[in-house]
Design a binder for this molecule. Structure first.
Ligand SMILES: *Cc1c(COP(=O)(O)O)cnc(C)c1O
Length: 579
């Protein structure tokens, strides 16, 4: 089904989008979510286009030496081999310079053939100066000035590009995080049509607001994108700074992208119920809703489970609600599919590290950005305790993955501590740390381990999505009650909690709780009652796989955020296309 371009097309803006393994235009959760969102929008036939930056030199390739010291190198890839260069051009003004922007197209194809075009913006053009040609090279690279320039290209250049490519003014703009908030400045200037900042009316702001929705992803004030006003004035000029002030984008003498987005959008949501509550307490003046994240089920189901679902609940690809019926899949089939996924992962571990892990040993997976608050080494906080559990109750092995941001010294230190713990544990607990946690590796890890561990400090996990990918593969989560797990957790049914339900948490208790539950509940179940363990695996699919997917999520965006008054008549969607 292909839709004609409709006036009510959604324009999705995101600093990073994970399209496929060969296109390194993402760093982690935000980008994977963006990619999964577009994959589901394409499946559902939602009229949507997306805008991001090209990131010619990617995020970075991670190298770890024998002590776990991380070094980085740029990733090179060939846009011309993966993407189609468009004819349209746009320009942005940076410190008085006209910077030219081109766009490359990638088409996300849905299960029924509908396409969502993604435009990746590129400033590496001969008409630009040396520095400006690098603006779309590095994701989250460079300094504050570089970042501001990038956000001008993304927001202002992106909005202008859509016009150059023939999208009309009826677009609904979705800001996936605040990085693209300057697109609202572009829309405001169009609305003013030459009038000056002192002529700005509330009605002008309302006109922009009516067309924009905003998803915030950050649960701490320090995480919100902001720029010193003198830099902004130098780069964007006095008139634009005055407009940004008039639009409520300036907070504590900084251009604050979250405030700008909050003020110029009509609908704002957090990415899980708990995150909505945390966001409301940070921004009490704004009505903040919640749409809990999801993952693209057909992308994240490994080959073994995809084949099992295809055989027993073949409708699952088109309609993820059918995953509910996993509840009647025979436990032996669940165990067989998991054994196959586990073997695939252990072979990959062997290929990469020469370490042969034992398929009969309970395998814990932990992979996410290496940064202190995620506490990747919590399980090693008491080596003696861990050793005694392993000796007395049952053996364990742990597979790690995750990059530290090049400037995150604490994150790099965390990786070194995990390497040190591995030395200390010797043969008692096999520990491997796999380099370059990216889409392809994530795919094998979330499916191939027996338990997915997540223990960030609360309330810092806005949602988290890797546990959802694990659930689709029948892998239970063992996680602190933060982000999506507050909603997905049913103790002993879909997995297990670490620590109590309160929002703030008690970081000191988490390790004790982790050890106690491993010792008394999880390891005894795994080794003593393997079919009861398989029942937890099955419930993770039926209860969580059927809900924490982007098909449900995009349906909620369509009905709650994009078209709260019902689908407009110009959307030529078959009745069954949307949830
Ligand atoms: C899913 C995914 C993430 C995000 O996982 P979290 O649970 O949110 O930490 C990060 N990186 C990659 C490669 C992923 O696939």
């Amino acid at each position: 089904m292909t839709l004609a371009l409709t006036r009510s097309t959604v324009a999705y803006f995101s600093m990073e989008i994970c399209l496929e393994q060969a296109i390194p235009t993402y760093s982690g959760g935000l980008g994977v979510l963006a990619g999964d969102t577009l994959r589901s929008a394409a499946d559902l036939g939602v009229p949507e286009v997306a805008v991001t930056l090209l990131h010619r030199k990617g995020y970075f390739a991670q190298h770890l030496d024998a002590e776990g010291r991380q070094t980085e190198s740029p990733v090179t890839w060939k846009p011309e081999a993966e993407l189609e260069l468009m004819d349209g051009r746009s320009t942005v003004l940076i410190e008085g310079r006209t910077v030219h922007v081109a766009a490359w197209k990638y088409a996300v194809k849905g299960v029924r053939g509908h396409e969502v075009p993604v435009f990746l913006l590129d400033t590496n053009l001969p008409e630009n100066g040396e520095f400006d040609r690098t603006l779309t090279d590095f994701l989250y690279g460079g300094d504050e000035y570089y970042r501001l320039c990038q956000e001008i290209v993304l927001g202002m250049g992106g909005a202008d590009m859509l016009r150059a490519l023939g999208y009309d003014d009826g677009l609904i703009y979705h800001l996936n995080e605040g990085h693209s908030a300057l697109l609202t400045l572009q829309l405001l200037e169009r609305q003013l049509d030459g009038r000056r900042h002192f002529e700005l009316l509330n009605a002008d702001l309302d006109t922009v607001r009516r067309r924009c929705v905003f998803t915030t992803h950050t649960p701490v004030p320090a995480g919100h994108d902001k720029f010193p006003l003198d830099t902004v004035r130098r780069v964007l000029g006095d008139e634009r700074v005055a407009l940004l002030e008039g639009a409520g984008g300036v907070h504590q003498d900084m251009l604050n992208m979250t405030h700008l987005a909050l003020n110029l959008t009509r609908y704002v949501n957090g990415v899980a119920m708990r995150h909505r509550d945390v966001s409301r307490s940070m921004f009490p003046d704004y009505p903040i809703s919640s749409i809990t994240n999801g993952v693209h089920a057909a992308t994240w189901a490994g080959p073994a489970f995809a084949a099992l679902f295809d055989r027993l609940i073949p409708e699952w690809r088109r309609d993820n609600l059918y995953l509910r019926y996993a509840v009647s899949i025979p436990l032996q089939d669940i165990r067989d599919a998991h054994a196959e996924s586990k073997l695939t992962l252990l072979n990959e571990v062997k290929r990469r590290t020469k370490v042969q892990l034992d398929p009969s040993v309970m395998t814990i997976g932990f992979a996410r950005r290496a940064t202190p608050y995620k506490r990747g080494d919590l399980i090693f906080s008491d080596i003696d305790r861990l050793s005694s559990i392993v000796k007395n109750v049952g053996r364990l092995q742990v597979v790690f993955g995750g990059k530290a941001h090049p400037h995150d010294g604490g994150g790099k230190e965390l990786i070194r501590r995990i390497f040190a713990a591995r030395e200390q544990l010797g043969n008692l607990v096999e520990v491997v740390y796999l380099e370059n946690y990216e889409m392809a590796l994530a795919h094998q890890m979330v499916a191939g381990v027996d338990l997915w561990l997540n223990n960030p400090m609360k309330p810092l996990e806005a949602s988290g999505t890797s546990g959802m990918k694990a659930a689709i593969n029948g892998v239970p989560s063992f996680s602190v009650l933060d982000g999506w797990w507050v909603e997905g957790h049913v103790e002993g049914v879909t997995g297990w909690s670490i620590g109590g339900p309160d929002a703030e948490g008690d970081p000191g208790r988490d390790a004790l709780d982790l050890y106690a539950k491993l010792e008394r509940v999880i390891l005894p179940l795994y080794y003593g009652l393997p079919f009861a363990y398989a029942e937890v695996m099955r419930s993770a699919i039926a209860l969580n796989g059927s809900f924490f997917n982007t098909q449900r999520m995009v349906g909620q965006y369509v009905h709650n955020a994009y078209f709260p008054n019902g689908l407009p008549a110009d959307i030529l969607v078959e009745e069954t296309a949307l949830l």
